[in-house]
Design a protein around this ligand. Structure first.
Ligand code: GLY
Length: 586
């Protein structure tokens, strides 16, 4: 329900008066003091703009690969396939062929599709496989071969190409093969990923150490060239044989041999049975725009829809951006939506979910009914709201728009940095540790602190629930408005929502929307996380008075890769400076 807030409205009007026009929406260009003092990222940097196509990824080499494909006549899906393989080479801590992910496609003709290439639990997986004899959760869902789900990325790229691709498959693999075989200068981002903790993790696996710690067990140094000949050989097989180059033959044999060596449970039968699935995207309306996002087995679209539906009852633009009132409403919406996410959502092949209900406005009305404007609702009082369940960091994102206006958003992951830490010897790629995204034990937090329920329990062949939220936003006339997404584990959904809300509610341009400090609440633990120096102390104090536990997070929160389309059709893009990627257009 919208409410009058006179003081807030006055402030908002003052802010609006300072706005300049840049995107056709009123924007805040020039408001260098938009962010709190000390916040390290800019509100005034110039976005990357282009008129034909745009590729935004976590690495400039991968972005260049995508743009080259677009320039060669490929479409956005062709570019996405080439980028996925290139990221597996140049961003091996998160880019992958040994993991999985989700793709949202929205073509200029209005067609939209969602591709689920999430990993699956091996057939030998059991509900209690990560518990010790006393029933306590072990670290085996995180480290070592037993943590790996059956990889989905190669099959995902194959399916995407089969349905939407235009250039030959082999052409899309070639840039990645060149980068792996000829080597590339190591990037600061890659070097940063190899901190002492990661060196310890990778040192435990001889193939990982050989590939990523080439200086006598230590990371490469700035100026070194990283060659990955085993990975190049695997990519050549995939180039020649399609998914059979990964799920059968030499690569499959090497995966199964690795499982035997490292006591993992993925078998040839698991690899034979892996399928990537086309699903109907989640679609909902927010401030008149249509948001197209990922359905389960990702929780991203459903959870974001519930958040957006709750918040659309409030006139956020009448409240100062990042004032206590606005953050309070964000937090109240986030925790209700996460309470439902953590209880209801899972692999649709295994669990019947009340998705229509959770994404309806009527449900948002019910959920928002007990939000009080002056105080936090404790998480202990927030129960899943849609009745009983019916039985039944590290990730990477890229956003692409081509010259026809087709858009692709992909979020893909190994889960933790370098997944389970195991490189398939002879095949040169890292295996995920996605099994930790399942509920190892109901009520016990996973690595993201998410406390999930039995809907997401481990079962053979099941997909573990994800938070990945690749998203496309379309205006009322069907015109593409935004392509966005981020890594960040459980914070992915709230981060993606905030980038969209920054544009739709607060009329920020793409730089501001991405660079702006973010907050997060996931129901449990019952606290608002905020980025270091991301909130001023008065706002923190106000929120504390309202009953919130405020926790300042020093680590990086998200890594958004975002494209916003201007009214004149110009593509305006920004890669999150928190970790450093690159937008390249032409
Ligand atoms: N591995 C993080 C996610 O899928 O949500």
């Amino acid at each position: 329900m919208s409410m009058p807030h006179r003081a807030a409205r006055t402030l908002s009007l003052l802010l609006a008066a300072a706005l300049a026009s840049c995107s056709g929406r009123t924007t805040q260009a020039g408001t260098s003091n938009l962010f709190p003092a000390g916040w390290p990222y800019s509100a005034t940097a110039t976005p990357v703009t282009a008129t034909h196509g745009m590729v935004v990824t976590t690495d400039e080499l991968a972005s260049q690969v995508g743009v080259d494909i677009l320039k060669a006549g490929g479409n956005a899906v062709d570019a996405a396939v080439a980028v996925q393989f290139a990221l597996a080479v140049v961003d091996p801590e998160a880019g992958n062929i040994g993991g999985g992910g989700f793709m949202v496609v929205r073509l200029a003709d209005g067609t939209s599709a969602a591709l689920d290439f999430r990993e699956k639990a091996p057939l030998a997986a059991t509900a209690n496989m990560y518990l010790d004899a006393k029933g306590n959760v072990t670290d085996k869902s995180l480290v070592g071969d037993l943590a790996a789900g059956v990889p989905g990325s190669v099959m995902g790229m194959w399916e995407a190409h089969k349905r939407f691709g235009s250039l030959p498959w082999a052409r899309l693999l070639q840039p990645a093969i060149n980068l792996a075989a000829n080597g590339f200068p190591v990037r600061p981002r890659f070097l940063k990923s190899l901190d002492s903790r990661m060196v310890q993790k990778l040192s435990a696996d001889p193939a990982s150490a050989a590939q990523f710690l080439p200086r006598n067990g230590q990371p490469p140094q700035q100026g070194d060239t990283l060659h990955q000949p085993d990975l190049a050989a695997t990519l050549r097989l995939i180039q020649k044989e399609g998914p059979d180059g990964f799920y059968k033959g030499r690569t499959a044999d090497l995966i199964v041999a690795e499982m035997k060596r490292g006591h993992g449970i993925i078998t040839q039968q698991d690899l034979d049975q892996y399928q990537a699935l086309w699903r109907d995207p989640i679609r909902f309306t927010y401030r008149g725009d249509t948001i197209i996002s990922m359905p389960p087995s990702s929780s991203g679209g459903v959870t974001m829809a519930e958040i957006a539906n709750i918040l659309s009852r409030y006139q956020l633009d009448s409240m100062p951006w990042h004032g206590a009132e606005m953050i309070h409403l964000y937090a109240e919406a986030f925790k209700r939506a996460y309470a439902d996410r953590n209880y209801y959502l899972a692999d649709p092949a295994f669990v019947k979910m009340p998705i229509e209900r959770l994404t309806s406005m009527a449900y948002a009305d019910q959920r928002a009914a007990d939000i009080q404007m002056d105080k936090a609702t404790p998480s202990s009082e927030i129960k899943p709201g849609a009745g009983p369940l019916q039985e039944g960091t590290n990730t990477t994102h890229y956003s692409i728009v081509d010259s026809a206006g087709d858009a692709v958003a992909v979020t893909t992951t190994l889960n933790s940095l370098y997944g389970c830490g195991v490189t398939v010897a002879g095949a040169g790629f890292v295996l995920n540790n996605e099994m930790d995204d399942f509920t190892s034990k109901p009520g016990t937090p996973n690595q993201y602190g998410l406390v999930q329920g039995k809907a997401n329990a481990i079962a053979p062949g099941k997909r573990m629930l994800s938070a990945m939220t690749p998203t496309v936003v379309v205006g009322p006339a069907g015109k593409l408005q935004m392509v966005t997404g981020t890594p960040g584990g459980s914070t992915i959904i709230t981060t993606v929502f905030q980038t969209i809300s920054n544009v739709l509610d607060y009329h920020m341009n793409v730089v501001q929307a991405v660079d702006a400090p973010r907050v997060h609440h996931q129901d449990l633990p019952d606290q608002i996380f905020y980025e270091h120096q991301g909130l001023d102390s008065a706002t923190v104090a106000q929120l504390q008075q309202m009953g919130y536990k405020m926790v300042e997070r020093r680590g990086v929160s998200g890594d958004v890769q975002m494209i916003v389309v201007q009214p004149d059709g110009t593509l305006s893009a920004w890669s999150d400076p928190r970790r450093g990627g690159r937008a390249i257009g032409y």
